[in-house]
Design a protein around this ligand. Sequence first.
Ligand code: APR
Length: 179
Amino acid sequence: MPAKVYFLKGDITNMEVDAIVNAANNDLMLGSGVAGAIRRKGGPTIEEECERIGSIRLGEAAVTPGGKLKACYVVHAASMRLGGRTTAELLRSATRNSLLRAEEKGLKTIAFPAIGTGVAGFPMDECADIMIRVVFTHLESRSSLEKIYFVLYDDAALKVFEDAYQKLSPVLKRKDEGF
Ligand code: APR
């Protein structure tokens, strides 16, 4: 059954999925934005596990339990250095590695925020193009994933992602029925 990709507006910490992806720095320090919401809603165990894991390579992704969140896991996608900025290559790598962590755990559902587009100041349209391309390229191979959600925080961001998907559809090998 091919995976379905969805675009929706909301608070990613409310998603009832196997894993939500955190827009992380590679020190796994939970700051503001998505990380702050995860810290507030997920409780101390997530931050404790992040501290135990410590720093990871830029562009890598690490998994912690979801704590009090509805999601079982949090995949921390390290697209930037603390206090730094996201780059296209780091965003591509962090998104790809998040999907690989999900496969390693055999996850069926995962939710992504617009990584890099808040504190890290990455352009929303470029983020949408990169993340959508990475996800659809990943889905060309066999995957445990059945549903992939992009959870955008406001209408403007949602429109950017939906427009990016429409623009990319002709080149994306997979036509997903989900959207
Ligand atoms: N649900 C969904 N999207 C959200 C939420 C939320 N609860 N909160 C913020 N966003 C959106 C922001 O509006 C932005 O578009 O997620 C996108 C990413 O923003 P940030 O969370 O600021 O992430 P990023 O820009 O990648 O910066 C990461 O900021 O908070 C620190 O510790 C974090 O060092 C890391 C850096």
